[in-house]
Ligand binder design. Structure first.
Ligand code: UDX
Length: 437
């Protein structure tokens, strides 16, 4: 199959590289000439484990190429994937579809033969209808089927998620289009990944419903964590106790500082807007968004309390700044709200992150960045583990304690057993466990 991938952001680049690895002939298109130049030189625009090698081997194999020329990429393609951004629209939280519609118009003009046009970008219900209308208006002669095919990739594990998906959702009721999609995903289908065909609107909604449900699961366990602290129970045992029930499942029950990232915050907001527009309120999701927002700043207050309610002039070191490990993505990271809360209360904040410093810098102008967790902790009154990078999972706690000026250790991801922290001479504060006496 010949595939054109429009947009070399996170989803487009990973999907394009994986499709080429399946043996398809893939052209990735992006307007940003600097990005395309960099890709030609093997430089990835994002940090994603394994992506550089995957791109390099498929470019070498002649199955993957990059261009800024959309018409060149689309000419002769069996399928054109739209994988451009759908950020939150400034002011109202609706998904901004201007990039999707702009790309659609250009694709319509560039089509040279029958093709399936696939929206991979996360788009609100009904967007496929609009994409179809734009194509009909721009190129009335073109033979194109518009299909929805949402992605479920986690940053940091995107290649594995792409190649070993729990399911592939394809929204089309047209048999010819379905056949093209079956052919594209055949390597996975052979591996028994369920290929679920639904109506286009249903596929669009599945993506939002999945993310809203996962965000709800996290937020649920985060509130239970607060209750655990109040009543003297252990959230990790509660999570295990409920997660062993197959109907609930053990995943996404890790209490922490709240979810962030490029998907959950934006998609839950966009889903609420869709619900509002259709007068079909989603009260549970509304609460999830509000509770999660409040939680991020509350984590800053937790640190302040651990320092006896007064952080003026005190130094706090945050370890791990990205919204989760194995990514350099800082979008809606809890660390941002924590830094704000601490600085508002007069603290001096230092930060350490293995990959995220470049993205963090403009978001945390007063934070001093260190090259190692120990350098960050040097002379600090408190150390806060915000994001559970592997390098932060095996800290030399006595060394950390020796470097610090005071002894507060706040573990927002419950990585360390309290006893181990205390043995190192530190005072332990965590999430979802009764405070230590
Ligand atoms: C998510 C979805 O998992 C993916 O299917 C979708 O396509 C895009 O959004 P991603 O944002 O990359 O992927 O990260 P994910 O691993 O899902 O984590 C999201 C956030 O939730 C992170 O901030 C993480 O720290 C937090 N989280 C996750 C928890 O706090 N507890 C958990 O148990 C799981």
């Amino acid at each position: 199959m010949r595939i054109a991938m429009i947009g070399t952001g996170y989803v487009g680049l990973v999907s394009g590289a994986c499709f080429s690895d399946f043996g398809h002939d893939v052209v990735c298109v992006d307007k940003d000439a600097r990005k395309i130049d960099a890709l030609h030189q093997g430089v990835m625009p994002i940090f994603e484990p394994g992506l550089d090698r995957l791109v390099e081997s498929n470019v070498r194999g002649g199955r993957l190429s990059f261009t800024t020329d959309l018409a060149e990429g689309v000419a002769g393609a069996d399928a054109v994937f739209i994988a451009v951004g759908t950020p939150s629209r400034r002011g109202d939280g609706h998904a901004d579809l201007s990039y999707v519609f702009g790309a659609t118009e250009e694709i319509a003009r560039a089509l040279t033969g029958p093709a399936v046009v696939v929206t991979k970008s996360t788009v609100p219900v009904g967007t496929g209808d609009e994409v179809e209308r734009i194509i009909r208006e721009t190129a009335p002669e073109a033979k194109a089927w518009v299909v929805s095919n949402p992605e479920f990739l986690r940053e940091g594990a995107a290649i594995d998620d792409f190649k070993r998906p729990d399911r592939i959702v394809v929204g089309t009721e047209d048999e010819e289009a379905a056949e093209v999609m079956r052919e594209i995903y055949r390597p996975l289908y052979l591996n028994k990944a369920p290929l679920l065909f639904t109506s286009r609107r249903t596929a669009e909604l599945i993506k939002y419903a999945a993310n809203a449900f996962l965000a709800t699961k996290i937020t649920f366990i985060n509130e239970i964590a607060d209750l655990c602290e109040a009543v003297g129970a252990e959230v990790q045992d509660v999570a295990r106790g409920i997660g062993l029930d197959n109907r609930i499942g053990a995943k996404f029950l890790h209490a922490g500082p709240g979810y962030g990232g490029s998907c959950f915050p934006k998609d839950t907001l966009a889903l609420l807007k869709t619900a509002e527009d259709h007068q079909s309120p989603l009260r549970i999701v509304e609460s999830v968004v509000a509770v999660n927002d409040a939680r991020k700043r509350a984590m800053g207050r937790k640190v302040i309390q651990a320092l006896d309610g007064d952080v003026r002039g005190k130094t706090v070191a945050l370890l791990g700044l990205t919204f989760k490990p194995n990514t350099d993505d800082m979008r809606d990271a809890p660390s941002i709200s924590i830094v704000q809360a601490l600085e508002d209360a007069g603290a001096i904040v230092r930060g350490y992150d293995p990959e995220g410093v470049e993205q963090a810098r403009p978001l945390m102008r007063n934070v001093a960045f260190a090259d190692s967790p120990y350098a960050a902790a040097d002379g600090a009154d408190a150390v806060v583990l915000v994001t559970e990078w592997d390098v932060l999972r095996a800290l030399d706690l006595p060394r950390l304690a020796a470097a610090m000026a005071d002894t507060v250790f706040v573990d927002l991801r419950n990585v360390y057993p309290p006893e181990e922290v205390e043995e190192a001479g530190l005072r332990w504060f965590g999430v979802g466990r009764a405070p230590r006496g």
